[in-house]
Design a protein around this ligand. Sequence first.
Ligand SMILES: NC(=O)c1ccc[n+]([C@@H]2O[C@H](COP(=O)([O-])OP(=O)(O)OC[C@H]3O[C@@H](n4cnc5c(N)ncnc54)[C@H](O)[C@@H]3O)[C@@H](O)[C@H]2O)c1
Length: 335
Amino acid sequence: MTERFPVLVTGGAGYIGSHAVLALLDADWPVIVLDNLSTGFRWAVPEAATFVQGDVADAPLVEAVIREHGVRAIIHFAGSIIVPESVVNPLKYYQNNTAKSLSLIGSAVATGVRHFIFSSTAATYGVPQEVPIPEGAANQPINPYGTSKLMTELMLRDVSAAHPINYCALRYFNVAGADPAGRSGQSTAGATHLIKVACEAATGKRASVGVFGTDFPTDDGTGVRDYIHVSDLADAHVKALEALIADTASSHVVNCGYGHGYSVLEVLDAVDRVTNLKITRVFEARRAGDPPALVSQNQVIRERFGWAPARDDLDGIIKDALAWERKLAERSVSA
Ligand SMILES: NC(=O)c1ccc[n+]([C@@H]2O[C@H](COP(=O)([O-])OP(=O)(O)OC[C@H]3O[C@@H](n4cnc5c(N)ncnc54)[C@H](O)[C@@H]3O)[C@@H](O)[C@H]2O)c1
């Protein structure tokens, strides 16, 4: 078994980070969460993790935390994630996702951290020439969000060549669902993720769901995406950590998806089926920069990390997301 040492998780009070914290704790890794709570929630961090409220670019704080706890690996989730916002406010994204990642990577190098795992995105590909998308496809992001993430990947590539640190950039496709045991889920207000939005409609938090574009070159004309259960994604981080430790000479850039996609209408049909409701669909024009289909090739993560999906089931993803949405509704009633 791999020797356990403390892992610093930035953004661990957020949606995906909180699930990764659970997966790490479940696998007996000591965890320190660093989060400024700009979009995350203190209550989303389990008792068993140490919590530090602060910014990833506060180098004196970050370096003190690393030294105090003997951190040897960082998993970096903290960032800003809304693509349309990145178009109207690009500097926010270059600041929070790129410049602050630079500071964090600098703190890692200064303190001798050996391994760095980074939340990247399928948005680094832009509009793909080939679907399913292989990791070797051209990186041509079409929005500042994707560019801000790609720049961090490139910094990690160059820093790992110059310093004794290896890295893994995980390019997430569409993340959905919630912890099947009900310990965490997506709690962000105003989220734009389709399954989250549809579950909000199913629980009466919104009246309808927008379908953006019905004239894409796909089977039913709506956009196709590769939905990955957040717990399978969390598991990919644990496996990436083990792989970085097992071979310190190697770094990795890997897709995280199931290798097949569903259209917007297929997802909404599934939500209707799971909930026994007929959620109102409002058909609207395509949004600028929405590719017709984003589906991953996932051989690399399977072969290098021995990762395999355990929850590749759209109805199951929706059931877990819905159960969390109902919990959130109870929480807001009792608050
Ligand atoms: N949700 C998706 O489908 C998706 C897809 C691809 C990539 N990602 C990436 O995954 C990561 C996590 O996304 P999420 O959906 O969990 O978002 P989230 O907003 O729920 O989580 C982000 C967390 O980071 C914290 N944070 C933000 N800036 C910070 C800073 N400067 N210092 C300290 N903490 C900070 C927030 O408070 C929050 O807890 C992001 O980097 C995002 O770009 C998400």
